[in-house]
Design a protein around this ligand. Sequence first.
Ligand code: ADP
Ligand code: MG
Ligand code: MG
Length: 886
Amino acid sequence: MVHYVYDFREGRRDMAELLGGKGANLAEMTRLGLPVPPGFTVTTDACRAFLATGAEPEGMSAEISRHLTALEDSAGRRLGQRGDPLLVSVRSGARFSMPGMMETVLDIGLNDDSVLGLAKTSGSDRFAWDSYRRLVQMFGSTVMGVDAAAFDEAMALLKEAREAPDDLHLDAYDLAGLVETYKRLILDETGHVFPQSPAEQLRLAILAVFRSWNGERARLYRRREHIPDDLGTAVTVQRMVYGNLGADSGSGVAFTRDPATGRPGLYGDYLANAQGEDVVAGIRNTVPLTDLERLDPDSHRRLRDHMERLERHYRDLCDIEFTIERGTLWMLQTRVGKRTAEAAFAIAAELVEEGQITPQEALARVSGDALARLMFPRFDTDATGEALAHGLPASPGAAVGAAVFDSAEAVRRAATGEKVVLVRQETTPDDLPGMVAAEAVLTSRGGKTSHAAVVARGMGKVCVCGAEELTVDTAARRCTTRAGVVVEEGTVISVDGSAGTVYAGAVPLVASEAMRYLETGEQSDGVVAAVAGALERADSVRRLEVRANADTPEDARRARRFGAQGIGLCRTEHMFLGERRKLVEDMILARDDAEREQALAALLPLQRQDFVGILEAMDGLPVTVRLLDPPLHEFLPDRTALTVRIATAEARGRQPETHEVELLDAVNRMHEENPMLGLRGVRLGLVVPGLVAMQVRAVAEAVVTRTRAGGAPRAEIMVPLVGAVEELRIERAEVERVLAEVSEESGVPVRCPVGTMIELPRAALTAGRIAEEAEFFSFGTNDLTQTTWGFSRDDVEAAFFSAYLDKGVFPASPFETIDRDGVGRLVRIAVDEGRATRPDLKIGVCGEHGGDPESVHFFHATGLDYVSCSPFRVPVARLEAGRAAL
Ligand code: ADP
Ligand code: MG
Ligand code: MG
């Protein structure tokens, strides 16, 4: 029989797939003997079955009833029982944590009767009615679909009428009135009454949590975080404990270390007389956890013990949700916590030092994405001027943008390319689209564990929260500082998420510490030492070599400093630009061989000089030079502009310049409807006389120059866009001829391996043949993706990729992350068949994918020898290549 429900005592931490992270970890804490209110979890299997069919899976409700009865027996009370009700929470929890994205309903079991019983047994009318109004509010919005803002508004109106500064100033009578208001609101909005039957409440809440998996917010979050859409959520049903029972009760969240910096030590926020989300919702200001030590030393001590225990058990930073009910501490959630990039490196290094994890495990816990974030610049502290406001440094980094005051405006402006900072009193899950769109998030309320802070950290977005000096007036679209400075919508501000400071205007940026380390090898602080350690570890375990795509000596030098082991792609087209365009024009317009040779001869020394510089910067390391790839007309003037110039001259009765007329003629002759599929790559070499010879001669002579200078040049010649072995055979013969010629002339033997790019499906499919002529392969995954999918890269991304991502056609753009099934299959075929022909065939990749973490793991698994990426991605690729080898 399928098993849809597990008691906390039956589960374990490694059952997160089935029980969700929350359910699995509640079970784990129960097993460890920590104080967890009892409960059970309905599995993700049940959720998937329900979402697939729209009906409750067979047997689920019977299992739930059985577990509920057991829970009631152990409590000695029935759910919603008149005189003394048992109450439960219904909590969502997926395999991967999606904070605040799905729904939770607290205080299930209350109704017009049982609320009176709860008042009596607890001795507090206010508490009972506060709990009831929470239930009606959460149930109304989550289960019955009433806009949550409507409830907030009713609450705000009541507070105004009572002149109550916060919810604590509302008494039992006020709250009872609020329950009536809420119930009426539900009836008006939905045509249904709030259900009084506790069993019905429970059933509907469970199904609503299942459905919340497909809510818009949750879907958006999953897309961003690349979480699959078909996992489903588990639902946990748990006996309620009450943090809203008075001043000796409360609710809080805590981290075993500072999630922003990684510094060890208990860390968190606490709110007395509060329940559930109050502490993160910013409805009242929380106190730091250290204050709890004073308020309730006993609970504080126990909390500290439990947290130390959890960190040792999980061997990682944990975050915790807890509630204190009249002096008794209850643990309500734990998980391995999210953290900033900085903290990820710092914590991993620290845990190694403490002997809790191995250096290998530490490497597994950091990521190329985190490293990339640390490489971003920060504000120049000498140029910041006076701060507009100070808040909590919730998520580090530096961001500049126009202040906007709601999510929709952030989305609207960002869509036009404007950089924005979302400024809110506090954020809610509804602000998610705006947070995604913004460069930074700034709030005037809430602690480092508030919604804004947690979500921003998860997204790697800059965030300052709790900037209490700011008064945010959303309706008027502005905020005011304590000093009276008004920031209107659209005003540019700078947000420093590492220091917690906000400045007027655009503050200039300086390089990051991690970047300085990469550039100079200087280790300035702890985080940088942690980065250095992780990179060293990665270098020692990785099998993949990392090269860079670089075509200037300067880029080559930087790549080398960043750890590149050569150049995997040196594009030669930039060497045809600028002042040299004129020479290219001459070559194209040449009327006979003599004229063409003259133009090529003028280009030769310039190219040679470029190669000398690059080979010098990469002395001793391989430099793969790609012969000219783009269509020649890319180097000619724009067709329309030329036509207009000539027509204007004629209209004014002037004779157009002969040169321009000839140019236009050439442009028209060479015009292509689909240049991407036209006369380019190896095809150019085969039909434009002298071009390949000139380029190869430039390379070979540069090798001679460097050899004579005592260097160790290691040039490789790469032929682009080959589709058939015959193309490569012809071109290679020409290459070898020129190499032999230069060797002969100079007396310096020039030996350059000749290889090809694999960037057409036909090349991949005939790789066994192509390898007869190629000493190496380099996958051009950009073109290979274009030609495999039939996507024009320059057009499709803007045109419809967001719709494709929405519809789940693919989880990420195939231009960013390699499409394993399609393009990846071609790569595997080419590797296998190429190596079958030539076992020592060297194989790399030089498309954008070479610096993409997920793709690097694929290339490792496929047996490539190296990845090549832009110089700035080299450290990221090194780290990920190391992680792939673990
Ligand atoms: P999320 O996944 O958004 O964190 P949770 O399921 O953790 O949602 O619920 C939110 C909050 O509700 C918890 O942090 C906790 O404070 C409160 N809560 C949940 N279940 C209970 C319970 N059984 N007793 C008391 N409070 C609870
Ligand atoms: Mg929670
Ligand atoms: Mg290409």
